[in-house]
Design a protein around this ligand. Structure first.
Ligand code: SAH
Ligand code: SF4
Ligand code: F3S
Length: 470
C-alpha cells in the first residue's frame, strides 16, 4: 500500500487555534490561572514537540509549573528507543494515580513515541485508568481539540492510529531556552535499522519546505538566538521528497547566508548519506559549527549488515578521513550499540578499533534493547547480560581515556564560546559551549549570558572543560 504524507492545511491549524480560544474562555472563568506540567523524555525531536505542546497550552490560557501537585494538566511526552525509557514512564505514570486522587479535576496526558505503539496504548487503556488522553506524534497537531473535548465531556481519548505521518506549519511554540533553539527540518525515518523503533512510531521521511525553515531561522536570529540546531533523524536525506528536490548541503548553505552572528548545528547524519558535498559545505560555511555527530553503531561488517546500516566499517572510516582532511579541528561524536544479537566479543573488539582510529571527542553508548516489532527483537541473542556489560565497560573505559586526553589538549587555549547558562557548581558562575559543543564551566560575571565570549581554558576532565572569561 502506498503511504503518503498528509499536509495539514493552514485552515486545519486555524481550527485548532479556535479550540485554543474556546478553552481559554473556559479557563478564564476558573478562580486561578491553570498551570500545566510538561515532562519530556527522549531526543531533541521530542523536546521540539514539547515546545509545540507548550505553545498550544499557552494559547489555551495555561501557565507552567514543574510541580505535579499544582498542575491542572500533566503532559508526559514519552520515548520508545530503549526499554529503560519506557519503564521510567510507566513508573512515573503509575505514581500519578495518588496525585490525581488528591486533584480529581486534573487531566493526565501521555504522548510521544512510546504510546504510538499499539501494545503500549492497550496497556494504558486497561491498567492506567487515571490517564485521560493518549496521543502519538502523528496526532500532536490536534492537541487543542482533544483537550477541548475532554474539558467539555470528560471521558478518555486515544489517538494513536498508524500513519505515514504529516507536516503541519504554524503551530505556536513556547521555547525552553532563549539562546539555543531546535528547528525540525524533517520528520520520520525510512532506514529501518533492524534494532530501531523510530520508523514505526515516527512514520516515513518527510521534509519541511526550505522557505518555512529559512523563515523560522530568520525569526529566531532576529529574536537573539545564537545557537540553532537543525533536526531530523537522518538530515542527509533532507529534501528528497520535496516537489522541488533540494539536498541538505544546499539547505545548510542557505541557512548560513542568513545575516547575523549565530552558530548552526545539525543532527543526526547517517554515514551512508553523508556526502563529500556536505563536508565541503561545512568547511566553507563560517556559521556551521565544526562538529559532526556521525553514529557508526558497530565496527564489524557482519554486524553492520545485520543491523541494516548499509555501510561498512571502511566506508565509515573513509568519511571520517575526508572530513578530517577538510576540517582538521572537527569535533567528532558518535552512537554505539553493544550486545547486538549475535555480536561476539571478537566482533565487538572491532568497535574498539574504530574508537582508537577515529578518537571521538564523545560517544553515546547503549546496550542493545529489544523493541517489539523490530527484526532484531526476534534474532538469536546468546550472549549473557554479564558479558554484554563487561564489553560495555571496556568501551566506556576506552572512550573515557580518549575524551580525557582530548579535553586536556584544550588547557591553556583561549576559545570563543557561547555563554549559555548559569552553573550549578558553586566554584563556577556560568556554563558555556565551545563551537564543537564541549561543555565549559566558567568563572565570570552574569552579564555575559547569551553572548559569544573568549574563554581561557584552565582545566579539564573527561566530561568537561573549565575556564575563565578573558
Ligand atoms: N537517527 C539517529 C539515531 C536515533 S536513536 C541515527 O540514525 O543515528 C539514537 C541512538 O539510540 C541510535 O543511534 C542507537 O545507537 C541507539 N538505539 C536505537 N535503538 C536502540 C535499541 N533498540 N537498543 C539500544 N540502542 C538503540
Ligand atoms: Fe533509527 Fe536507523 Fe532511522 Fe536512526 S537511521 S532513526 S537508527 S532507523
Ligand atoms: Fe525516543 Fe522518539 Fe526520539 S523513540 S529517541 S523520542 S524519536
Amino acid at each position: 500500500m502506498e503511504r503518503t504524507t498528509t499536509v495539514i492545511s493552514p485552515q486545519d491549524i486555524e481550527a485548532q487555534l479556535d479550540h485554543c480560544r474556546a478553552v481559554a474562555q473556559l479557563t478564564q472563568q476558573w478562580p486561578e490561572k491553570p498551570l500545566a506540567f510538561v515532562d519530556t523524555y527522549g531526543c531533541q525531536q521530542n523536546e521540539a514537540d514539547s515546545e509545540r505542546i507548550r505553545g498550544y497550552l499557552s494559547e489555551m490560557g495555561y501557565g507552567f509549573t514543574d510541580d505535579e501537585e499544582k498542575a491542572r494538566i500533566i503532559v508526559i511526552n514519552t520515548c520508545a528507543i530503549r526499554e529503560h525509557a519506557e519503564q521510567r514512564v510507566f513508573g512515573n505514570v503509575g505514581a500519578l494515580v495518588h496525585v490525581k486522587r488528591r486533584h480529581p479535576e486534573q487531566l493526565i496526558c501521555l504522548c510521544g513515541c512510546m504510546v504510538q505503539q499499539p501494545q503500549v496504548a492497550d496497556k494504558i487503556r486497561a491498567s492506567y485508568r487515571h490517564v485521560d488522553l493518549v496521543f502519538g506524534p502523528h496526532a500532536l497537531w490536534k492537541f487543542p481539540e482533544m483537550i477541548h473535548t475532554l474539558l467539555l465531556h470528560r471521558g478518555r481519548i486515544f489517538q494513536n492510529a498508524d500513519e505515514a505521518g504529516s507536516i503541519a506549519e504554524g503551530i505556536p511554540v513556547v521555547r525552553q531556552d532563549s539562546v539555543k533553539a531546535w528547528v525540525s527540518i524533517m520528520y520520520g525515518c525510512n532506514n529501518f535499522c533492524s534494532y530501531c523503533i523510530v520508523p514505526y512510531v515516527r512514520g516515513r521521511e518527510r521534509s519541511r519546505k526550505p522557505q518555512d525553515i529559512l523563515s523560522e531561522v530568520r525569526q529566531l536570529v532576529n529574536e537573539g538566538y545564537k545557537d540553532i540546531t537543525l533536526l531530523g533523524q537522518n538530515v542527509n536525506s533532507y529534501g528528497k521528497d520535496l516537489d522541488e528536490p533540494m539536498d541538505f548541503a544546499d539547505l545548510l548553505a542557505q541557512v548560513n547566508d542568513i545575516p547575523g552572528d549565530f552558530l548552526i548545528r545539525f543532527m543526526t547524519s547517517h554515514p551512508k548519506d553523508a556526502t563529500q558535498k556536505l563536508f565541503e559545505t561545512m568547511a566553507r560555511c563560517e556559521k556551521v559549527a565544526p562538529v559532526l555527530h556521525l553514529p557508526f553503531q558497530a565496527g564489524n561488517d557482519r554486524v553492520l549488515k545485520v543491523m541494516n546500516r548499509r555501510h561498512t566499517r571502511e566506508q565509515y572510516l573513509e568519511k571520517i578521513r575526508a572530513i578530517k582532511t577538510l576540517i582538521p579541528d572537527i569535533v567528532l561524536t558518535s552512537d554505539v550499540i553493544v550486545g547486538f544479537p549475535g555480536e561476539t566479543t571478537e566482533e565487538f573488539e572491532d568497535t574498539l578499533k574504530v574508537l582508537e582510529e577515529v578518537r571521538f571527542d564523545a560517544l553515546f553508548t547503549f546496550i542493545f534493547s529489544p523493541r517489539t516489532g523490530t527484526p532484531a527483537a526476534s534474532m538469536d541473542d546468546p550472549m549473557s547480560k554479564e558479558e554484554k556489560l563487561a564489553n560495555f565497560n571496556r568501551l566506556t573505559a576506552l572512550q573515557d581515556a580518549i575524551s580525557e586526553e582530548k579535553h586536556a589538549a584544550y588547557i591553556g587555549k583561549t576559545v570563543r564560546c557561547l555563554i549559555d547558562g548559569l552553573c550549578d557548581d558553586e566554584r563556577y558562575d556560568l556554563t558555556a559551549r565551545t563551537p564543537g559543543n564541549r561543555l565549559v564551566r566558567v568563572v565570570g560575571d552574569e552579564g555575559a549570558l547569551g553572548q559569544f565570549r573568549e574563554v581561557k581554558i584552565t582545566d579539564a576532565n573527561k566530561w568537561s572543560l573549565f575556564g575563565e572569561l578573558v
